[in-house]
Design a protein around this ligand. Structure first.
Ligand code: NDP
Ligand code: AKG
Length: 448
């Protein structure tokens, strides 16, 4: 069978089986578009049914999460964990608590995580999980009872050597603490079963900063290698104002850029003088407030109540750090028309296929999420190492390792892009480099 036909046949099978999962289909299509030259060089992948197995999770658990709210009413949510691929290590990936969570979202995130974790060079397989629970407006007590109920079921599927969850949207230090406490209580075991833990109970320094800092290390290195350029003097547009956005803004500013926006799901703020990060941290980390408050507190800044319009703000570099499909074709065209030449992704799959086509047409420097935002899971891998050794590295030690990992991801992506005939293509390179390692391990370990 011709290689091209093999890739198309497997994609058609995914469409037939999972046609009702648009986010998952989108993620698979984007990766498969990169894999034709890879599969052509490796006929053993087709003989071993690697692509067919690669798109099918090893396990997907879906469960009821029942808990009691502050009024004494019983609430029922859905919980998920996809254990997608364990060829190169225990399943690893975050938990997302958001009303939009469903099987398609969890599967797209888990699928991306396989390749991202492979790119870090650390021994981690791909997994992801979460719930349609919305913590917004819930008291700490309600969040705690939800997390305890969620872990009461999840604990039977995870463990330090099998599956190690972490945070994602709406799952931060508070939630990880409650989840860890419940795991310990039920299993009577003190282990590195979660990452992103508090520093007092096994967390790693620099994990909080890792995804945002890593995104900037990746962008800086790609700019250096491909353009002999840097962040210095650039105007940057950032979306989101959560964990990834805050520390991307911090690092971009330290590297000499002016960041002029951030957003939440209600709207965005534009500050022509440059975002005052202390104010954002006070609003978001201090009292879980709305970003609108920024414009009330900082003279000269503006609030706009449509978060999607953040991409109409002129910039040199765009760093999406909120959620999937936040940049569509129209937003991408606005970015290009206003002078943007670099898009590196902090959020997972923020660009629609139409947006990616615009970047490619305009020859933007495009750093795809699975490479550019791998710093978070990379430091999670370093947290697992520290837990195993029963020791803690300093902030500077972890930060230096993170920077090296992000620079290596740029180099490995560019090497793979060249090897497969697409020199300079960071997207194809990331897909190819991440895939080959996992595919070789799948072939070596036999059919299952
Ligand atoms: N945390 C991590 O280590 C990693 C995270 N990521 C990805 O980065 C992205 C952000 O995650 P993180 O910062 O951790 O999450 P947070 O929950 O800390 O912040 C999420 C931010 O995105 C906004 N947002 C969420 N959903 C939407 C939406 N549907 N439309 C518009 N804005 C939205 C939120 O606004 P609001 O408060 O109004 O909802 C908030 O500002 C996600 O795609 C995540 O998967 C990737 C790698 C690692
Ligand atoms: O730290 C982790 O295990 C996962 C981080 C994450 O969810 C992601 O990379 O999307």
């Amino acid at each position: 069978m011709l290689t091209e036909e093999y890739v198309k046949r497997v994609y058609a099978q995914v469409e037939r089986r999972d046609g009702d999962q648009p986010e998952f289909l989108q993620a698979v299509r984007e990766v498969f578009e990169s894999l034709e030259p890879v599969v052509a060089k490796h006929p053993e992948y087709e003989r071993n049914g690697v692509l067919e197995r690669f798109v099918e999770p090893e396990r997907l658990v879906k469960f009821r999460v029942a808990w009691t709210d502050d009024e004494g009413h019983v609430q029922v949510n859905r919980g998920y964990r996809v254990q997608f691929n364990s060829a190169i290590g225990p399943y690893k990936g975050g938990l997302r608590f958001h009303p939009t969570v469903n099987e398609s979202v969890i599967k797209f995130l888990g699928f991306e995580q396989i390749l991202k974790n492979s790119l870090t060079g650390l021994p981690m397989g791909g997994g992801k999980g979460g719930s349609d629970f919305n913590p917004k407006g819930r008291s700490d007590g309600e969040v705690m009872r939800f997390c305890q109920a969620f872990m009461t079921e999840l604990q039977r599927h995870i463990g330090q050597f099998t599956d190690v969850p972490a945070g994602d949207i709406n799952v931060g230090a508070r939630e990880i603490g409650y989840l860890f406490g419940q795991y310990k209580r039920i299993r009577d075991e003190y282990s590195g079963v979660l990452t992103g833990k508090g520093l007092e109970f096994g967390g790693s320094l620099a994990r909080t900063e890792a995804t945002g800092y890593g995104l900037c290390y990746y962008t800086q290195e790609a700019l250096r290698v491909l353009r002999n350029d840097s962040f210095r003097g650039k105007t940057v547009v950032v979306s989101g104002s959560g964990n990834v956005a805050i520390f991307a803004i911090e690092k971009a500013q330290r590297l000499g850029a002016k960041v002029v926006t951030c957003s939440d799901s209600n709207g965005y703020v534009y500050d022509p003088k440059g975002i005052d990060l202390d104010v954002v941290k006070d609003i978001k980390l201090g009292h879980r407030g709305r970003i609108k408050e920024y414009a009330e507190r900082v003279p000269g800044s503006e609030y706009h109540d449509d978060c999607r319009n953040v991409w109409t703000v002129p910039c040199d570099i765009a760093l999406p750090c909120a959620t999937q499909n936040e940049i569509d074709g129209e937003s991408a065209r606005a970015l290009v028309d206003n002078g943007c030449t670099v898009v590196c992704e902090g959020s997972n799959m923020p660009s629609t296929p139409e947006a990616i086509a615009v970047y490619q047409g305009a020859k933007l420097l495009y750093g795809p999420a699975k490479a550019a935002n791998a710093g978070g899971v990379a430091v999670s891998g370093l947290e697992m190492s520290q837990n195993s050794y029963r020791l803690s590295w300093t902030f500077d030690e972890v930060d230096a390792k993170l920077k090296q990992i992000m620079e290596d991801i740029v180099a490995n992506s560019l090497n793979a892009a060249k090897e497969y005939g697409h020199e300079g293509d960071l997207m194809l390179g990331a897909n190819a480099a991440g895939f080959v390692k996992v595919a070789n391990a799948m072939v070596a370990q036999g059919i299952f």
